[in-house]
Write a protein that binds this ligand. Structure first.
Ligand code: PLP
Length: 419
């Protein structure tokens, strides 16, 4: 074996994310016919793929573009033309006072979270310790384990609103949530992975006010949000100001392989991020930025999000909810109101087995979902609810979604029936 440092023991060991990714990967290797409703892969959307292909061909055909995309290290902040175009587009679309000094490019937003979280939370120079506050659990599993020190995230339980039609919705419980002197930053995904929740404009404004009052940044994870890729089925105003750090990504447009994230922050945040990015990566990859560059200046990225990406998922989610309702009819199951992102979050109140056991049973039947208990980073006390939910990705083709929910319905019935 190798002798590991404390860092090594934490990151080379089995983390929630690595064991989950392994398990999903192994299950697919063992059974290639597995109905894959785990993971965070976006849909294949034919006109988007055609547009990517056209851009790749144009880049390959033009020596200066090809060199710019593949032949050079750009600055650790990113390609200056891309930064200017992105700032101008966000300013046009959202009205924010941005310049290229407010934007940086990362190798996927996942790596930007790692850098930003550790720039802010953990051991401080005076020896004290600060945490990232998550106002609402469940929250994105990818945050878990990303802290260089222990006890890195503190999450709050949500308030639960029961809705008609077998739906429910989480809200920030402002009785439980506070920003104290141990808090380094507040972070929320909007839309939320895993639940498809979109915290309301009012909730977001309240978080913004609480963060400002405590003089800590509010980090908003916009991987699915507006203005792109705009996988949103409800009205939600985007928010950015000097105290906000907004993380955007090209992944859910259909480019997860390009590994391109975009950090939008005040100039000090962007300088700090860029310096850290230089140490970790020298520079970020150029390809994602090169593909979308012309679509920033003419706002095509926004129209593609609105006209191709959002309607695609709107159709998928409507179908998925209908299929899930039919499959689960007569059981106590509830569906989180899907307001965005690419998942249905199912809650099985008083489920006699844990969600992990349900996950194993579904895997044995050839359906891969994700057990909900992974999605509570920073929630320390036990809460039965966290073992009563699963996340189902509905981005695959209709056949997969229908077959998958059919089997989910059968296994849920069996579990409630005491078998
Ligand atoms: N944030 C959320 C909420 C996500 O769901 C994901 C990916 O699934 C990410 C961030 C990371 O995305 P990427 O690193 O591909 O930009």
């Amino acid at each position: 074996g190798i002798k590991l440092s404390a860092f090594g023991e934490k990151f080379a060991g089995v983390t929630g994310a690595s064991s989950l990714m392994d398990d999903l990967g192994n299950a697919l290797n063992d059974n290639p016919d597995m109905l894959f409703m785990g993971g965070g892969n976006p849909s294949r959307i034919a006109p988007m793929e055609a547009a990517f292909k056209q851009r790749l061909a144009a880049i390959a055909d033009e020596p200066a573009q090809l060199f710019g995309a593949l032949g050079v290290y750009k600055s650790p902040q990113g390609d200056s033309r891309f930064l200017r175009s992105m700032a101008a587009m966000l300013k046009r679309q959202c009205g924010w006072a941005l310049t290229e000094k407010n934007i940086a490019v990362s190798n996927g937003s996942q790596s930007a979270f790692f850098v930003l979280f550790n720039l802010l939370a953990g051991v401080q120079s005076d020896g004290s310790h600060k945490v990232i506050r998550l106002p609402l659990a469940p929250e994105y599993l990818g945050y878990a384990d990303s802290g260089l020190s222990a006890d890195f995230f503190h999450a709050s339980e949500p308030a639960i609103e029961l809705l008609d039609g077998g739906l429910f919705k989480y809200h920030v419980d402002f009785q439980q949530f506070s920003v104290d002197e141990h808090c380094a930053a507040v972070c929320v995904s909007r839309p939320t992975n895993p639940t498809g929740n979109v915290i309301s404009d009012e909730e977001l404004q309240r978080l913004d006010q609480l963060a400002r009052a405590a003089d800590v940044p509010l980090i908003i994870d916009n991987a699915y949000g507006t203005p792109f890729p705009n996988i949103l089925f409800t009205d939600a105003k985007p928010l950015w100001n000097d105290n906000t750090i907004l993380l955007l990504s090209l992944s859910k447009l259909g480019l997860p392989g390009a590994r391109t994230g975009i950090v939008v922050g005040n100039e000090a945040v962007i300088r700090a991020f860029s310096n850290a990015n230089a140490v970790l990566n020298l520079a970020s990859g150029n390809m994602g930025a090169a593909i979308v560059q012309p679509w920033l200046d003419n706002d095509a990225l926004i129209s593609m999000s609105n006209e191709l990406v959002r309607p695609h998922y709107q159709h998928k989610v409507t179908e998925a909810v209908a299929v899930a309702r039919a499959a689960l009819a007569g059981t106590p199951a509830r569906i989180h109101k899907p307001e965005g992102a690419i998942f249905l979050w199912l809650w099985f109140p008083d489920l006699p087995i844990t969600s992990q056991v349900l996950y194993e049973r579904l895997k044995a039947r050839g359906v891969l979902v994700v057990s909900g208990h992974h999605f509570f980073p920073g929630l320390v006390h036990e809460w039965p609810h966290r073992h009563q939910c699963i996340r189902v990705n509905y981005a695959q083709d209709s056949h997969t979604v229908q077959q998958g929910f059919q089997i989910i319905g059968e296994e849920v019935r069996r579990a409630y029936g005491g078998a």
